[in-house]
Each structure stands twice: as C-alpha cells, then as structure tokens.
Design a protein around this ligand. Structure first.
Ligand SMILES: Cc1ncc(C[n+]2csc(CCOP(=O)(O)OP(=O)(O)O)c2C)c(N)n1
Length: 435
C-alpha cells in the first residue's frame, strides 16, 4: 500500500477511504498525494500537509523581489490561439486598443509629473494604473459597448478603456465644476453611466456585487449584457469575493471577474493574503471557467475575456480571469518617483530590480512589437497614434485648468438631505405616504 516515499498513493488512499465510507468532500480535500507532500502514515494524516505553494501566493518565505520569478517573456507570443484571435480583428480596432493603452499611460504620467511639480489645485489620493494597462484595455476591448464595468480605487485605466471623457476626468482631478463629479469627487469616484461605467470606488471589494447587480438586470431583461468586476489581489481576500462568485454561479449571472494580481496589497505581499498558488484557484470547485493569463499581454487578456463573453452569452454565467501584472508606482501617490522619469524606486516593500524587471515587460511596447512583427501596423503609424494620444491628454489638462471652481453652495445639493426630498416627491406622486 505504501509508495516509494513511504506514503500511500492517491488511488489506494481513495479506495481505502471510500471503503471506510468517507464522503466525497473529504476525498477531494485530500488533493493529489502523488504530486505533493500530502499523505498518510500509519492510517493518520502526517504533518506534511500544507496549503502554501510555490506560486505567487502561499509562500510564507516570500521576500521583496520574488515577483521577478513571475516575469512574463520579453515579447508577446506571435503564435497561439490568443495571438490569432486578436490578429483577426480589423486594423481600426487594433489601433484603437493601442490608442487606449497609450492614452491611459500618457494621461497618468502627465498627471504624475504635474503632481510632483506641485501644480496648484492638485491634491488628494491618486492611484496610478501605469504598467497594468493591458488588463483594462484587453478585457474591455472584448466587451460590447453596452456592457458594464465596475472599477476599483485604481480605475483610471478602466475608465479610459471604456470610453470615459478625458476632459471631464482631468477636470475632476483638478476639482473643477466641469469635472465628472462637478469637482466634488476626485479621482476615486468617477462614474459615467452613459458608457456603462458604474464607477471607480474606494471600497476594496465593492465591484463584485455592483457588477452582479448590473448583470442580473441585463439577464432579467434578456439584453445579453455582461458586467466586468475588476478587483485586486487584496480584494480577493474580501469575504464578499467567494460569496459573489458562488452566488453568480448559482444563478448563472453573467459577471466576468477580472483579477488584477499585481503581487501587492498596498505594501503587503500577495503571499500573506493568498493561501493558494493562484487567486484563480479559490473558486475552481465551483465549476466555472478560470483563465490564468499574462496580464501584460493584451492578446491573452483579450482572448480570455472573449471566451468569457461567449460563455455568458450562452447562458452559462460567470468566469474568473486572473491577470498577473505589476504596478510601476507606489500604492497611492508618487513616493520614489521623479518628474520626467518612469517608475518609482527605493520603496521598502519591493526591490528596484523587481520594478525594473517588470518595466522591461511594459505591455505597450510589447503590443507595438507584436503589431509590427505580424505586419498589422507600421511603426510610423503607431508613433502618430502616440502623438495624438499625448495631444488629447494635454488638451484635457488645459480644459481642466481653465474650468471654473465649483460654487461652494452647490455642495449641499449633493447631500443625503436632497435624496430625502426627492424620495418624498416620488412617494407623493405615487399617492403613497412618505415615512
Ligand atoms: C473595505 C476597505 N478596506 C480597506 C481599504 C483601504 N485600502 C485601500 S486600497 C487597499 C489595497 C487594495 O489592494 P488590491 O486589492 O490588491 O488592489 P491594488 O491596490 O493592488 O490595485 C486598501 C487596503 C479600503 N479602501 N476599503
């Protein structure tokens, strides 16, 4: 009954357990004894059972710099299903995806330089998405225009990818009346329901049920709309995460859960919050598709999301996509960053080698090289797209600068008291009594 290592093999173990009437749940929890240290000795589980693995999560020996072990290849693969699917899209679409990634990068980099230069009117939290652009653009690029997204605190890239208005975004960062929230919300509350953007928000883990609500609405109305819930590796530790995926699977609600695993939960390594090898392992028992992809590879994210959309349209409900990526700057703000220089160095919870290593896998030049290598675009036309993206960013900053400050008196219009007035008007119209 024992194998070479003095432990039972999986087959024999399962046979013995089922002969003893053990339930399926216990059997599956035993995992695969032939692949790892799980086993029994003398009919008792020995002490070698462990959850920690050698993945980005779970390794309690994790040290700053370990994210280097997960560096993707230098270039996006030019072969394979993901590459072919993206390459089959029309050229305008391919250039549009490039424009969106470039715009996102240039907008945030310009804002970074303005913040660091101490520009008047710029203050408050600003969580950059630089380095992660292929996730937003790849996932949203695979959606239909009327689909929904629920964003995070790190959502500028999501907004830009879903067609958010750059002028109104910039004006909001400058707290101007012409901003998305009339200058009252700042970076983390930008919302545009006309584009299906249910908003950035500062509540870690809030995107799950926002997306579920929107997707359920579409499902009831038979519109075939899907909703993407973006979330970080830290948000995956929220108790609402598993609960949301389970509920969506239960009811086959078409939510695409897109995890942006950038290895850090503020300054906490992913190993401390993720007990399994990958975040996309958590929900595997729920019998829904899981895609673990290189999040700096636009084609990989796009292809996974396309499959998720098809799956949802066929009435099968949710999908989980985990995209491995890396943020170039600090969690919020610009510690370790300089005007005119990319990336933040000298941060205590990661090594500069790690930052530089991931910066060499920059998703934007990788996509550019892929387009050129496949003969889908020429370097000159891509350079033009980048120039136009910078011009649009500069214009939006000018739009923000010349905008009026909000009237302080208007602030009371956005309070809950106004909500109560509107509610009582609604009830009165219906002939009911407001309480
Ligand atoms: C419910 C809640 N808990 C804690 C916070 C404070 N907080 C803001 S961002 C953040 C880290 C989120 O990390 P992750 O989900 O990995 O996303 P990332 O910042 O890496 O994109 C935390 C803890 C919060 N805003 N909301």
């Amino acid at each position: 009954m024992e194998n070479r290592r003095g432990r039972v093999d999986r087959r024999t173990l399962l046979k013995a357990l089922s002969a003893a009437g053990t339930t399926g749940a216990v059997i599956s929890a035993c995992g695969d004894s032939s692949a790892g240290p799980i086993g029994i000795a003398g009919a008792k589980f020995d002490k070698t059972v462990r959850l920690a693995t050698a993945g980005p999560g779970g390794s309690k020996q994790w040290k700053p710099g370990y994210a280097l072990d997960f560096l993707p290849p230098e270039d996006m693969p030019t072969r394979g299903a993901a590459s072919s699917v993206l390459a089959s899209e029309p050229k305008e679409k391919l250039l549009e995806l490039f424009r969106l990634m470039s715009t996102s990068r240039k907008w945030e980099t310009t804002m970074k330089d303005l913040f660091l230069a101490g520009t008047d009117g710029l203050y408050g939290a600003f969580h950059t998405y630089v380095g992660e652009e292929a996730v937003a653009v790849g996932a949203i690029g695979a959606l239909n225009e009327d689909d929904y997204i629920a964003s995070t605190h790190r959502g500028h890239g999501h907004l830009i990818a879903k067609g958010g208005d750059l002028n109104r975004m910039s004006a909001e960062i400058f707290f101007k009346e012409s901003g998305y929230n009339k200058g009252y919300g700042g970076s983390m509350h930008i919302t545009d329901m006309s584009k299906g953007i249910m908003g950035m928000n500062g509540i870690v883990g809030a995107s799950f049920y926002m997306a579920a609500g929107a997707a359920l609405r579409g499902m009831i109305r038979g519109t075939k709309q899907v909703a993407v819930a973006f979330f970080g590796d830290g948000a995956a530790a929220s108790p609402y995460y598993f609960s949301a995926v389970r509920s969506c699977k239960n009811l086959n609600i078409p939510v695409i859960f897109v995890n942006e695993n950038n290895f850090q939960y503020m300054s906490i390594p992913v190993a401390d919050t993720v007990p399994t090898k990958y975040i996309s392992d958590y929900t595997k028992g729920l019998d829904l598709p899981h895609h673990l992809v290189d999040g700096n590879d636009l084609a990989a994210v796009y292809h996974a999301t396309k499959q998720a959309v098809e799956w949802a349209h066929a009435g099968n409900g949710p999908t989980v996509i985990e995209a491995l990526t890396y943020r170039w700057y600090d969690h919020s703000g610009f510690a370790g960053a300089r005007v005119g220089q990319e990336g933040a160095v000298g941060l205590p919870y990661r090594t500069d080698d790690e930052v530089r290593g991931w910066m060499t896998r920059d998703p934007i030049p990788r996509y550019k090289r892929w387009l050129v290598a496949k003969g889908l675009a020429k370097e000159e036309e891509l350079a033009r797209v980048e120039e136009e993206a910078q011009a649009a960013v500069d214009e939006s900053v000018e739009f923000a600068r010349i905008g009026a400050d909000p009237d302080p008196a208007a602030g009371v219009l956005n309070t809950h008291a106004e909500g109560a007035v509107l509610a009582s008007q609604f009830y009165n119209r219906k002939g009911a009594v407001a309480t």
